[in-house]
Design a protein around this ligand. Structure first.
Ligand code: AMP
Length: 195
């Protein structure tokens, strides 16, 4: 089972991915976490992407696709992958399809956490206070939302057309969201038509 957790920044994708890792032994592939780790360890890649990330823009498709490929190769026996924050553009989605196909796998399910963008700003303000991520400051966050709406949301019709998309209320409590995701993975989800 390979699952994409889909939604704007701060929709709760990371929280839900971690629950699935704990409950189902899936492997979480968060390109945001990988890029932050590269920055923390001071690699050339980390230095290259720091400014782009802090401004709220997307790093290049080439960089994130290479990170994902590396992880797919490193975990050939994984029972499933949760893609968190990837794909974020049409070329990334196409590359993911090709990378998985090369390994005899596919995207099985795309779960969209539907959220109220105004409420996200409040969430992110709190995360900024708790974690101090530079890209959670209000200006960068607004830019991340613009990037999501312009570059990432256009992927929804592709996954809807493929019958893989399920929409879940991401404003519910984390436990309720987790229960809805479990229901979807266990077969209760209904294909969605994105608005
Ligand atoms: P995230 O933690 O997923 O919100 O990602 C934080 C930042 O990392 C984003 O604002 C981008 O600058 C960069 N990033 C993470 N994933 C991607 C991706 N799939 N494509 C391009 N940039 C990404």
């Amino acid at each position: 089972m390979n699952l994409i957790l889909f939604g704007p920044p701060a929709a709760g994708k990371g929280t839900q991915a971690k629950k699935l890792v704990a409950e189902r032994a899936f492997i979480q592939l968060s390109t945001g976490d990988m890029l932050r780790a590269a920055r923390t360890s001071g690699t050339e890649l980390g230095k290259k992407v720091a400014g782009i990330m802090d401004s709220g823009s997307l790093v290049s498709d080439e960089i994130v696709i290479a990170l994902i490929e590396e992880q797919l190769d490193r975990n050939p026996k994984a029972p499933g992958f949760i893609f968190d924050g990837f794909p974020r553009t049409i070329p990334q989605a196409e590359a993911l399809d090709a990378s998985l196909a090369k390994r005899g796998k596919k995207v099985d399910s795309v779960i969209r956490l539907k959220v109220d963008e105004a409420a996200l700003l409040a969430r992110v303000t709190k995360r900024f206070e708790d974690e101090g991520r530079a890209d959670d400051n209000p200006d960068a966050f607004k830019k991340r939302l613009v990037a999501y709406n312009a570059q990432t949301a256009p992927l929804l019709p592709k996954y809807a057309k493929e019958g893989k998309l399920t929409e879940i209320d991401g404003m519910a409590s984390p436990d309720k969201v987790a229960a809805a995701i479990s229901g979807c993975l266990d077969g209760a989800g209904k294909p969605a038509k994105p608005d």
